[in-house]
Ligand binder design. Structure first.
Ligand code: HEC
Ligand code: HEC
Ligand code: HEC
Ligand code: HEC
Ligand code: HEC
Ligand code: HEC
Ligand code: HEC
Length: 252
């Protein structure tokens, strides 16, 4: 949990970052128009939003974002408006799609005002194409709170579940599962972005040795000599790292 000062800084960063966000090139065209309009908007408070968006209001009350928020009357932004921007123009117009409100699905800038480190992660050489506008934070995170796992805000049933929406082939079932997947895709992948190809946590045998510290196993022969030939998952070795229907040792 963060301290009061940090939360305050975050909200201040939001308020200023917001004006700044209007001019940066990553902002999608339609959202840029809304952002320009919003310079004149005022904060109305989340109880006003609740009048028309009861579902989001109830869900949000269960979220980390709600719990992390510290109310401060000197700062306008609270609750919904920390992510959606000041709502007065939207509310005066009776609401509507594309009417005076930020939708972070179209533009993640608002998330970066507080999660500053995440922008850098998505700029690493291998990354999910969020800044390119091909997908959004909310493809993996539920921003309003319902059905989420603490600390990740992905799906509650299983962190991997969100990945299968787009990478269905990794779900299996496989005759020979790799138990590493039970710990989550994130035990091998840095899913925001990474310096390694395929968004891997490590580019060599160290990826696997974090769990398989016992290799070389006497019954398996000496593995050490093989590492010079390439990674553990190179051709001829354990290519089926996600599971196999053909090889107990995940060879292919
Ligand atoms: C008078 C009713 C009303 C109020 C008050 C209201 N909204 Fe809306 N809002 C709507 C309607 C209608 C839509 C159109 C989509 C829909 O039907 O859900 C909408 C759409 C949205 C969208 C999607 C916009 C898009 O371009 O995709 C967001 C985000 C949103 N509202 C947030 C808020 C927030 C935050 C507040 C409080 C500051 C708020 N609304 C207050 C009626 C309202
Ligand atoms: C942590 C940031 C965050 C907060 C706080 C937040 N939202 Fe959202 N909201 C989002 C994101 C991200 C989306 C886009 C979700 C999607 O459709 O993928 C969204 C979408 C919406 C939509 C459009 C839903 C649709 O189906 O198109 C409405 C309406 C909305 N939010 C209302 C609210 C209200 C009301 C509150 C406060 C009770 C609130 N939000 C608080 C991030 C947030
Ligand atoms: C491809 C799916 C995916 C996308 C897209 C994504 N995330 Fe994540 N995010 C995850 C997963 C999975 C975790 C949990 C990481 C872990 O457990 O190691 C996570 C963790 C986080 C966390 C909490 C842990 C931390 O590192 O601080 C934050 C905050 C976060 N993401 C913000 C964002 C923001 C902001 C965006 C959009 C700019 C975004 N994420 C887009 C999958 C995603
Ligand atoms: C006003 C500042 C602020 C904004 C804007 C904001 N966040 Fe957060 N977010 C926080 C704080 C504070 C936490 C909790 C402490 C932490 O984990 O860093 C948090 C936590 C998270 C987590 C971890 C969830 C958990 O349960 O711990 C995710 C994922 C996340 N935010 C995603 C987003 C996304 C996506 C957006 C944009 C739609 C967004 N945030 C906008 C402040 C913000
Ligand atoms: C909304 C769809 C979507 C979701 C959800 C999603 N991804 Fe992706 N993933 C993509 C796209 C698009 C790419 C980029 C493919 C490309 O650049 O050719 C990608 C690329 C990848 C890559 C690199 C593939 C390569 O060939 O370089 C990995 C690894 C990956 N995703 C893992 C994950 C994990 C783990 C999760 C769950 C936390 C996840 N993805 C969730 C759409 C998604
Ligand atoms: C034991 C470590 C490990 C785990 C756990 C893991 N991966 Fe991978 N993944 C890898 C390695 C290694 C590669 C690179 C394979 C290659 O280059 O041939 C890879 C490649 C990928 C690719 C790109 C190439 C392809 O095969 O499509 C995607 C997408 C991917 N993983 C998604 C996932 C998803 C989704 C999960 C969780 C269900 C997951 N991974 C869990 C190690 C892992
Ligand atoms: C998060 C921990 C974890 C990581 C990381 C991991 N594994 Fe595993 N792996 C396991 C567990 C648990 C088992 C099942 C128990 C066992 O056989 O040791 C397993 C089993 C295997 C097996 C089957 C064992 C056999 O009988 O042949 C192979 C092959 C394997 N892993 C290869 C890899 C490779 C290659 C990597 C790196 C890309 C990797 N593992 C990374 C946890 C992990």
């Amino acid at each position: 949990m963060i301290g009061k000062t940090k939360a305050l800084v975050m909200v201040l960063a939001l308020v200023f970052g917001f004006y700044w966000a209007g001019g940066v090139p990553t902002v999608r065209a339609d959202q840029a128009r809304v952002n320009a309009l919003l310079k004149k908007a005022k904060y109305v408070g989340m109880d006003v939003c609740a009048q028309c968006h009861d579902k989001e209001y109830k869900e949000y009350k269960l979220s980390t974002h709600y719990r992390a928020f510290i109310k401060d009357d000197t700062i306008g932004a609270e609750g919904c408006e920390t992510c959606h921007g000041p709502g007065s123009i939207h509310v005066d117009a009776g609401g509507g799609v594309g009417v005076g409100i930020i939708n972070p699905k179209k533009d993640p800038e608002i998330c970066f005002t507080c999660h500053t480190d995440k922008r850098m992660q998505f700029r690493l050489p291998y990354h999910h194409p969020v800044l390119e506008g091909k997908m959004s934070c909310s493809d993996c995170h539920d921003p309003h709170g319902i059905d989420v796992r603490p600390w990740t805000a992905t799906s509650e049933q299983d962190t991997n579940e969100v990945c299968f929406k787009c990478h269905a082939d990794k779900r299996g079932p496989f005759i020979w599962e790799h138990d590493a997947l039970k710990d989550g895709c994130t035990s091998c992948h840095q899913v925001h972005g990474s310096v390694n190809d395929k968004m891997l946590i490590a580019r060599d045998a160290n990826l696997c040795l974090r769990c398989h510290a016992t290799v070389p196993d006497p019954t398996l022969g000496n593995h050490t000599g093989r590492w010079a030939e390439g990674t553990c998952w190179s051709a001829g070795c354990h290519q089926a790292v996600h599971g196999s229907n053909f090889s107990k040792h995940l060879r292919y």
